[in-house]
Design a protein around this ligand. Structure first.
Ligand code: FAD
Length: 279
């Protein structure tokens, strides 16, 4: 790994006290590895706005550079301005800017800003260059997109609006990432596009996530996972093999870093970190 490749970690706000205790335990173990920064997700439609801010503060208190995810769907400009001002007062310097999704089945008002590019432009207008802005990228296409080229153009617009770097949706096929990066660079995108890395620990959960976010699980991985049934140890060992090979391939072929979706669990991310010798 080259010294310039930054490793970051993603957590989500805990739903109750037991989950909070687990998060603190996992975060302490993982922060000892010195990630470049950690990010904290935002619930669909802004449903965990307070949870994101609290978890970011927790991560800061644990001594880490923490980046809240912020989605614009369902929000007004004054609401977003207020959140940005609070984060700035809190010393936050990095934000993951997203459109987000409305909670399923709830319909409702989609707010004043309709795309992440508008949120990026709003952050720049409101807060100047204070924040380093990360945006989302989809090597296998955003699930609602119908044309690959238009989806890429929307990504380019988002970067031009003022994003400093991008994190991808997870994928299991490195060629999708290389192809996306090549096509984005051909359109003038020069910011780092960091692969998002999803550990494999639970087949049912992975299938559900992948159906929602449009990440393809290759047939051979699905069949191997289905074979393991409830054998968690074998799933974990297989997952660490597959994901460490994918991650090493990405690092060897110029990925600017890796962003691990920890799912608030330390053990698999630690195992991957060790296997990849990321220290
Ligand atoms: P956009 O970039 O706005 O794109 C959304 C769709 O709109 C795409 O299909 C795009 O092609 C299309 N589009 C964009 N601009 C235009 C335009 N001008 N005209 C027509 N179509 C357009 N969700 C959460 O709720 N909370 C989180 O914390 C969270 N974190 C994430 C982190 C990462 C790294 C990633 C990859 C995703 C995350 N998501 C999160 C999911 C994300 O919110 C959803 O995928 C959402 O549907 C799209 O958000 P976006 O920011 O990519 O949207």
């Amino acid at each position: 790994m080259s010294g310039k490749q930054a490793i970051s970690l993603e957590f989500f706000p805990p739903r109750d006290i037991a989950a909070q205790e687990k998060l603190v335990r996992s975060a302490k173990q993982l922060l000892a590895l010195h990630p470049a920064y950690v990010s904290v997700t935002f619930g669909a439609g802004g449903s965990t706005r307070a949870g994101t801010a609290d978890t970011v503060r927790l991560m800061q208190n644990l001594g880490c550079d923490a980046a809240p995810h912020l989605s614009c769907i369902g929000a007004t400009r004054p609401m977003l301005a207020d959140i940005l001002d609070r984060y700035r007062e809190q010393g936050i310097k990095r934000i993951v800017a997203l459109r987000g999704d409305l909670p399923s089945g709830m319909g409702g008002d989609s707010g004043e800003l309709h795309y992440a590019s508008e949120l990026v432009a709003f952050i720049r207008e409101h807060s100047g260059d204070w924040f380093h802005i990360e945006v989302a990228a989809y090597p296998e296409m955003h699930p609602q997109a119908t044309h690959a080229e238009a989806d890429l153009d929307h990504f380019v617009t988002k970067v031009r609006a003022g994003a400093n770097s991008a994190i991808t949706q997870y994928f299991f096929n490195a060629d999708a990432y290389y192809d996306f990066v090549d096509r984005a660079q051909a359109k003038g995108v020069a910011v780092p596009i960091v692969p998002g890395i999803m550990p494999i620990t639970n087949y049912a959960q992975l299938s559900r996530f992948s159906n929602m976010c449009g990440a393809e699980i290759p047939r051979w991985i699905r069949l191997r996972l289905a074979d393991y049934g409830d054998d968690k140890a074998s799933i974990k060992a297989f997952g660490v093999d597959v994901i460490s090979r994918l991650s090493q391939d990405l690092l060897d072929n110029g990925a600017p870093g890796l962003h691990f979706y920890t799912l608030n669990n330390a053990d698999v991310t630690m195992a991957l970190w060790k296997r990849l010798d990321l220290s």
